[in-house]
Design a protein around this ligand. Sequence first.
Ligand code: ADP
Ligand code: MG
Ligand code: MG
Length: 252
Amino acid sequence: MSTLEIKDLKVSIETDQGTKHILKGVDLTINEGEIHAVMGPNGSGKSTLAYTIAGHPRYNVEGGSITFDGQDVLAMSVDERARAGLFLAMQYPVEIPGVTVTNFLRTAKTAIDGEEPSIRHWGGTVKEAMGKLRMDPSFAARNVNEGFSGGEKKRHEILQLELLKPKFAILDETDSGLDVDALKIVSEGVNRAHQETGLGVLLITHYTRILRYITPDFVHVFVDGKVAEEGGPELAERLEDEGYDRYLVAQA
Ligand code: ADP
Ligand code: MG
Ligand code: MG
């Protein structure tokens, strides 16, 4: 069984005002097949955790470790992380002029598998996966992220999940900017990957809305760069009723 283990992680960034300490000792272990929700108020460091797992150069690891089946993730390049089976949705957030969705996905698939998928079948494979996400077939020929709406970006993320078949996916605010129909389709995609391939999921979200469609096994509440509370799905329900006020009051 694969395990992603984060231990006492401390992360800072350099700003004009000096060093800003964001993550102040985060512990989190995700096993294959588990869905973990990381929730918390804005500014608590959720995205910083995602960027750090993704290897974004802006974020400096000052202490602690991230390991994947015992391998040191922090020592891996961004590509090595993807090849190891980590899916990081924010890895390619930019527009890629002149590269179509089909070709982008083919390049990503080749990089991760170490061999090219058959040219003859690739177009069909992409179309089939797009069909499951109820995406318009013309999407395959568009340039990556060029003029994508918020919803299209999210579906493109889930399309990558379907095709690249990672072991773990880190999804940051996948629910933001989606209407209810798109939210359902995206959630179905995550649930399908979870059921079919035992995908482990780190689902980062400020709101509880997506958790009506994706049931987490564990919920971790982030406050000021640390895990303030942990529990099962019932914790998400309590947050839906109560919000984050009590954590912020406790902190002040
Ligand atoms: P969350 O995703 O929980 O809203 P973030 O990880 O985005 O939180 O941010 C945590 C804190 O670090 C915030 O105070 C934010 O302003 C700051 N921060 C994060 N990334 C940057 C950055 N690239 N430049 C300046 N400040 C940042
Ligand atoms: Mg499950
Ligand atoms: Mg964020």
